[in-house]
Design a protein around this ligand. Structure first.
Ligand code: AMP
Length: 425
């Protein structure tokens, strides 16, 4: 038997109803902040992620699905392509490619699958889904402003509240600008020099190539060493410090609770200034439901104009998981209003009646005239229909049909013209 590939999974009903419920709420909330949807390709040139995410990140170093595409001629070397591991690089590529600043498009969101070759476990998959939003634009559009950071964070709090997720906490940090990070990096390198030999192989490599990545380390034995390393907060320049304070002041004003965590250094290279993460109590080890931050230099790193930006990615798999703790998918599942059961030879008339009822907005499950009545009742109960409607020769002649409430067992004869109203009530 062929099964779904390890780390991928089928999303089945009734869970898909919960996924749709989340997506509808997302679109609704984002709309109120004037975000518009963008859809970028699932695969891009590998160079986009190497440059946009960073060679030294775990994602680019070991988690990407990369392949060499076939060239046009057999002799021609193919392009290196990669399944997108995250959304921001693709969105910024599109922003540059289509000069979106000319069209005043600076608030974009994207829903869709991402791919990373991670070790699968509960809440961690190789194909997973992100809900991503970005504010990006020229400085003249105010995209650098701390007001944008606060707006994004307030929108996220609104979305989680709207979904009924109450048990979240927001951790906030500033990772400074390039200069601050260079100084911080140097300080880290020096602090790591005498201790790095006691650390894991990854950290020994990071200590030399990109010491900031040491904070991504999850190895328990390394944590006491990491705990004693310098902190980015000691290296923020005046501009970054003021920016960070302004973000916090607005959040306090609008009533979004947060805590500052100066250990929070996000996994991607392009972050500047604000970095944040929302966690959820009930999720266990993989408790981050979303993360994001500011990336003021990314557009230029990808060959575009200066375009400061800030964005986030919600892990939709985990968001749905945290919802499942409360709402069962069963409760948002759409069940048929009525099961139409044709008697022998009545498939045509039953189809005609089902067509009428569906046009009137009812959800109709249609049976088959080879079924005995008993089998039709069983089928109607199995799909969770509220009523069963019997279509026999006599009923068609009389233009009135037997309608039975499957929960109470009450049966009435209803004229064709009154069926929809009766079923709906
Ligand atoms: P990142 O793009 O790494 O900042 O991740 C943003 C969010 O995506 C995380 O907070 C997770 O909720 C989710 N996420 C990241 N990787 C995975 C994965 N392998 N499986 C499921 N969700 C993930």
């Amino acid at each position: 038997m062929i099964k779904a590939v390890r780390g991928t999974r089928d999303l089945l009903p009734p869970d898909t109803a919960l996924w749709n419920f989340v997506e509808a709420a997302v679109r609704d909330v984002f709309r109120a902040y004037n975000f518009q949807e963008i859809r970028t390709p699932i695969f891009e040139e590998t160079a986009l992620f190497a440059r946009g995410v960073g060679e030294e990140t775990d994602i680019v170093a070991k988690e990407m699905y990369t392949w060499e595409d076939r060239g046009r001629a057999a002799s021609e070397k193919g392009q290196s392509l990669t399944l997108r591991p995250e959304a921001t690089a693709g969105i910024v590529r599109a922003y540059i490619e289509h000069k979106l600043w000319d069209r005043g498009l600076n608030k974009l969101y994207l829903l869709g699958p991402m791919f990373r070759r991670e070790r699968p476990q509960k809440g961690r998959y190789r194909q997973f889904y992100q809900i991503d939003a970005e504010i990006i634009g020229p400085s003249s559009a105010g995209s650098e402003s701390p007001a944008r950071d606060a707006e994004i964070l307030e929108m996220l709090a609104t979305l989680l509240d709207r979904l009924g997720i109450t048990d979240w906490s927001l951790q906030l940090n500033s990772v400074g600008c390039a200069d601050d990070r260079a100084k911080f990096s140097e300080a880290l390198r020096q602090a790591l020099e005498p201790v790095k030999d006691k650390m894991c192989a990854d950290c020994q490599r990071r200590a030399v190539t990109n010491p900031l990545r040491v904070f991504d380390c999850k190895v328990p034995e390394d944590q006491p060493i990491i705990e004693k390393l310098p902190r980015i907060s000691q290296f923020l320049d005046e501009g970054c410090r003021t920016h960070f304070e302004a973000v916090q002041a607005i959040l306090t004003k609008v009533g979004v609770p947060f805590s500052v965590n100066d250990r929070l250094v996000r996994g991607l290279d392009y972050y500047t200034r604000t970095a944040f993460e929302f966690t959820h109590g009930a999720l266990g080890a993989q408790n981050a439901i979303l993360g994001g931050g500011r990336y003021d230099g990314l557009s230029e790193a990808l060959g575009g104009p200066a375009a400061p930006g800030i964005g986030f990615a919600i892990g939709q798999d985990r968001l749905v998981m945290s919802l499942q703790e409360k709402a069962s998918a069963e409760s948002v599942r759409a069940k048929p209003d009525v099961y139409v059961a044709p008697m022998a030879g009545m498939n045509g008339d039953a189809a005609r009646l089902a067509r009428e009822l569906r046009r009137l907005g009812l959800v109709v499950e249609l049976g088959d005239d080879s079924f005995r009545l008993k089998k039709s009742f069983e089928a109607a109960t199995k799909v969770g229909a509220k009523y069963i409607l019997i279509v026999g020769e006599n009923e068609v002649k009389a233009d009135a049909f037997a309608l039975k409430d499957l929960a109470t067992g009450d049966q009435v004869t209803v004229p064709r013209a009154e069926l929809a109203t009766r079923i709906r009530s």
